[in-house]
Design a binder for this molecule. Structure first.
Ligand SMILES: *[C@@H]1O[C@H](CO)[C@@H](O)[C@H](O)[C@H]1NC(C)=O
Ligand SMILES: *[C@@H]1O[C@H](CO)[C@@H](O)[C@H](O)[C@H]1NC(C)=O
Ligand SMILES: *[C@@H]1O[C@H](CO)[C@@H](O)[C@H](O)[C@H]1NC(C)=O
Length: 798
């Protein structure tokens, strides 16, 4: 007995305070469940029924379907449904603060109630947490399958917490009901300053700036989740992200509670170029509810400077200067020492919170730069004890079309999601096949089908006309297009894509060979992606991007005209197969040719990321979208899915996951947050495809070889890369070159986007590979344009 006590004391003395001050009695309720169960991260959830004290008309019900994005079946697949006001009475620990997390999965339940009729209020500890809340509308607006609401409640005065659910019937929904899937009550130490001891809060944002998603089980006992900040960055000024290798020097035990090391190790700063930094603000925009006050907590940790007045910057919140001389080194007192600052902001009438950083010139720091590691935003209860905001308005800007591959995916379990990716890819290829067959039938039966009735012919025409008017591209008549393609002759077809067929043709009296892309009128996605392609391509000009010559919209036809690429797609050459599945090209590509093509494609993508006015994410990098002209110059094509970065920022959290299976960034799939690193991932797959001449997904192979990315990385780790290499080039490759090339490709395929190189770094590595392969001899055509890139490359790394 005595011995036990001693061990316990020893444990108290040696373990950091996070373990002992967190009274370890979290309460996790799996609402509507009959038995205890464990979620995917090993946390135990218990049935809720014994805590229901007033329980007039409640029932438990099971969800009819399981959305693939649910991180775990527990607590989402079971729900508790209330048809009248009902209260849980929950025992709480004697600490001053608790997280209360509410989990909602708005879907159809076996109880056969209309999910849209779920409209309700939730109150606890004298506070209104939710009012007229529709989980379905909220989920739709956020493009998420489930919703987690996190509140921090002050709980010193009572050993019990009363949590009440009340249906809010209205004129349209007289039978409104309330529901809940999971409730978490987690005791936490007081992490807010004394003036907030009486305030309750709702967590609005918790962002790991410049870093990766951090799951609840990676954040000590506080079980917070931290998200990537990049979807919230405004405009093109993304700055640079950095990751320190060394440990974080927490100044005290309490300071460990502020944020886990991963938040402080990664940062976003403006970049090494002072002139550029003076021209922009590093800006985040966060959607909040109007007419509330917010506590904004900014986390800083500087691993690079460490001396006072080396980097001094201004901090603006909603256009007001909240800090004129932010000097992280002065605040923290050393390199790698974390520090955070709290600001209270009143959002009068505005529902966007702007945070901006800018170098302070007046204090004459050594560097004009600024840095941030983490952002937390908490909504504060108002004087009436209210925390509830209105339901969001689902945005019409979001992707309206949902293709077979579009699924929402913020998941916690990596292995699982990868598996689902593979399964989904199989399903998707089946779906695509079925879709293609259906489309063929539809087209042949309808003949010249009209343009997308949902949009209306006239509106689509005017959209195109206006874009043609403002862009640089040429307007063709349908007569010219018909003449160029011999009346869309089948003999002229050189390719088929999701949008329709591509024809080879000649314009201007046979002077110019062109590729004519004719939209398939039965493709609903067509219009959107067509407009997108015109919009982006008419503004972009680069040696390694296909050029759009012009477009035609007339007689319900929509046609894009490009430079003709005599050598087709990179894919055809890797497998030596042309469109019809026949052996098409006589010679295989040499290793040096392949390197040259990869370098060209990397330049094209790098230009998209950094060279255009607004950075553009391609979203569908693959070997069929890398085209080759008559001189074997690689050109990146197909911008139907591409997004300008600034357009994404406005989409709040995410966009529907799109892209091609086998090339799809697993992190994007999990978090639905698109970054330029998603293109880097896809390009990593391309690099292995080029080296091995094996497709990105090969359903005919055993499971561990199904997905080229997984197989290649596993082979690389086992040192068995050689066996995977395309036999027709195996003998040609210089060993040093191969090492550098595979290292680069493996880095591109890192699970976490933060570990992947930028496209600029990939490009430099590939150029180095070519030097190694050429044995130092000066290489020929590849030095074109380098001067233009040097500057961009400089600003990339630090
Ligand atoms: C940065 O933001 C502040 C506050 O909104 C504004 O006054 C200033 O003009 C901005 N600077 C730049 C370069 O955009
Ligand atoms: C915020 O308050 C203003 C002024 O009282 C009011 O006009 C506005 O409608 C309120 N906004 C919301 C979203 O409640
Ligand atoms: C909400 O905040 C106010 C301060 O504005 C505080 O006085 C009050 O006690 C809080 N209400 C509740 C119910 O916690």
């Amino acid at each position: 007995m005595k011995c036990k006590i001693q061990i316990f004391l020893w444990a108290i003395l040696t373990f950091p305070c996070t373990i002992i001050t967190l009274d370890d009695h979290p309460l996790l309720l799996d609402c509507g469940a009959n038995l205890e169960s464990t979620d995917s991260s090993g946390r135990k959830w218990i049935p809720d029924s014994r805590f229901l004290t007033t329980n007039n008309h409640s029932l438990s019900s099971t969800a009819k379907s399981q959305d693939p994005s649910l991180p775990s079946t527990v607590p989402y697949m079971q729900s508790r449904i209330f048809k009248s006001q009902s209260t849980y009475t929950l025992p709480i620990s004697p600490t001053s603060r608790h997280w209360l997390r509410l989990h909602f999965y708005p879907t159809s339940y076996a109880a056969a109630l209309d999910p849209a009729a779920a409209l309700f209020s939730v109150s606890a500890a004298g506070l209104t947490l939710l009012h007229n809340f529709s989980a379905a509308i909220t989920a739709q607006a956020l493009t998420q399958a489930y919703i987690i609401r996190e509140y921090s409640l002050t709980t010193l005065n009572s050993p019990l917490l009363h949590l009440t659910f009340t249906p809010d019937p209205d004129h349209d929904r007289p039978n409104a009901f309330a529901f809940i899937n999971g409730i978490e009550i987690i005791p936490i130490p007081e992490i807010f300053p004394p003036e907030y001891y009486s305030r309750a809060m709702q967590t609005m944002f918790r962002l790991n700036v410049g870093g990766r998603f951090i799951a609840a089980d990676e954040d000590s006992g506080l079980t917070r989740t931290w998200h990537d900040d990049s979807p919230h960055i405004y405009g093109a000024g993304f700055g640079v992200t950095t990751r320190a290798g060394a440990g974080v020097a927490y100044p005290s035990r309490e300071s460990r509670l502020a944020a886990p090391p991963d938040v402080y190790l990664t940062a976003r700063s403006m970049g090494p170029n002072s002139t550029l930094n003076l021209n922009y603000n590093l800006t985040w925009i966060l959607d909040v509810d109007a007419n509330f006050s917010y506590l904004v907590r900014l986390h800083f940790c500087d691993f690079f400077f460490g001396k006072v007045n080396q980097m001094v910057f201004l901090i603006f919140i909603n256009n007001q200067t909240v800090e004129t001389d932010a000097d992280v080194a002065a605040w923290a007192g050393g390199k790698g020492v974390p520090v955070y600052k709290d600001y209270e902001v009143r959002q009068n009438g505005h529902n966007q919170l702007w945070l901006a950083l800018h170098p302070n010139v007046e204090s004459k720091p050594q560097y004009y730069d600024s840095i941030l590691n983490g952002i937390e935003v908490f909504k504060l209860n108002d004087t009436k004890g209210n925390l509830a905001g209105p339901n969001p308005i689902p945005s019409l800007k979001k992707d309206m079309s949902q293709d077979a591959t579009a699924t929402k995916f913020p998941s916690r379990s990596r292995k699982k999601s990868r598996l689902i990716v593979i399964l989904a890819s199989l399903l998707a290829s089946v779906a695509v096949l079925v879709g293609l067959i259906a489309a063929c039938f539809k087209q042949s039966s309808k003949g010249g089908a009209p343009w997308l009735p949902i949009y209306g012919g006239s509106s689509s025409s005017s959209q195109i006309s206006s874009r043609l008017g403002e862009g640089l591209c040429r307007h063709f008549s349908i007569g010219e297009i018909r003449a160029a393609t011999h009346g869309f002759s089948e003999a002229c077809v050189v390719g088929v894509g999701g949008f329709g067929k591509v024809y080879r043709g000649c314009i201007d009296g046979n002077a110019t060979e062109v590729a004519v892309k004719r939209a398939n009128p039965s493709s609903q996605q067509g219009l959107h992606e067509f407009l997108n392609e015109i919009e982006l391509l008419s503004k972009l000009r680069h040696r390694h991007l296909v050029s759009l010559i012009g477009a035609c919209e007339e007689n319900n036809e929509m046609v894009l005209v490009y430079d003709y690429m005599a050598n087709g797609t990179l894919r055809e050459h890797l497998y030596n197969i042309n469109l019809n599945g026949n052996k098409g090209w006589s010679d295989h590509l040499s290793w040096k040719q392949r390197l040259g093509i990869c370098i060209g494609a990397a330049r094209g993508i790098h230009y998209l990321h950094t060279g255009a006015k607004h950075p553009i994410i391609h979203r569908d990098v693959k070997t069929t979208n890398i085209l080759l002209d008559d001189k074997w110059v690689a050109k990146v094509s197909d911008f139907g899915l591409s997004k300008a970065r600034h357009a994404l920022d406005q989409a709040h959290v995410s966009t529907a996951v799109k892209g091609s299976f086998g090339y799809l960034d697993p992190e994007y799939y999990r978090r639905q947050q698109l970054t330029d690193k998603s293109d880097v991932y896809s390009f990593g797959v391309v690099l292995f495809e080029v080296l091995c001449a094996r497709p990105a997904i090969d359903a005919g192979r055993p499971r561990e070889q199904l997905c080229l990315a997984d197989w290649a990385v596993a082979s690389y780790r086992k040192g068995a890369m050689e066996e995977m290499i395309d036999p027709s080039i195996r003998g040609e490759i210089n060993a040093e070159c191969l090492k550098r090339y595979t290292e680069t490709a493996v880095k591109c395929l890192s699970e976490d986007s933060i570990d992947r190189p930028s496209m600029g770094e990939v490009l430099r590595n590939l150029e180095h590979c070519l030097k190694l392969q050429s044995g130092g001899e000066e290489e020929e055509q590849h030095s074109v344009n380098d001067a233009a890139f040097a500057d961009v490359l400089e600003t990339q790394g630090r």
